[in-house]
Design a protein around this ligand. Sequence first.
Ligand SMILES: [Zn+2]
Length: 363
Amino acid sequence: MQGDYYDGLTSRRRRVAVSVVDGDLIGEGDGASFRWPLKGVRILAVEAGLIRLAPRSGDGRLVLDVAEWEAATGLSVRAARRASRNREGRLVVWLAVAGVTLAVGIFVGIPMAARPLARATPPGIEADMGRNMASQLQVALKPCTGNPAGQASLNDLTRRLTRDVDMPFVVRVIPVHAPMVNAFALPGGTILVTDDLIADARSSDELAGVLAHEIAHIEKRHVMEAVLRSLGLGLVLDAVVGGGSGAGQQAVLLASSFTEQRYSRTLEREADERAFELLAANRISTAGMAAFFERLADKTSPEGVNRAAEWFATHPDSGRRATAARALAKTGVPAMAPGDWTAVRQMCPLSPNKPKPPWPLRR
Ligand SMILES: [Zn+2]
């Protein structure tokens, strides 16, 4: 058959003799010569009894009579176009499926996979992340620098509570100035305890209960789990990438949202149960933990409501946990000698111009 060939470089039309040999489309004549594998030939257009063809790659174009093309190749143009439409349809479906899978992965998969992912996170990465967050948080929450002897007492209590805990982190407790009663663990083993919490605690046992609870969160990788669950992979990537690539500013936002981090009820119960074990192993009275929860959960006292709001925003299920803690409470020895406890309380001298909470407390 005869066809019109364009080389794609010039506009000149060349008349060529076209044949099909061994599965190849061969064109010859008028100074042109090409050989295209038939399987790769694309149909660009079919109109007015003519078919416009192109090789899989390259610039050539070939225009043939449709009937001659079908006769020479045994291919039905209509079937070929249907197949091509199906391919496009499949591509659209595939893209839609991929999009949905990605969305499900991000919004469902990551939260669901948070626990196994948290446990599989290399401790080094978690520790790096914690260091980044701690340095960002220190801008807003200044460490208490009152009585240095208090830090030694805190370190000693922390060492005792973590002595039999098998975990890849060294737990460090840092009292900080903040307008709230709270304690929270950062990834990698740092626990920040607010000055208001220390001032609010009526005994070293109450503080020990809070610390044991946070240590349990760290040991069980709850911290990492909560970070993954609520903040997603963005933070993980940020932490891995580090302070570079303009991620610093974002880290501030992430760090601030971390202080509003919530643990699930399941994780809270796990942490409470483990905290009881840690206290009991050191023969520290667990009544302190119960007393602290009860006081925070006491909604009848206006002070209790205000004090509790912040703590329970991040540690839910207050009333039930207070009851459970009371039921399990055991007597024991004080967590700290009176002098040590006094030193801890002197770490964060109350400042007259302490900032008020900038947010409305929930009632
Ligand atoms: Zn907790």
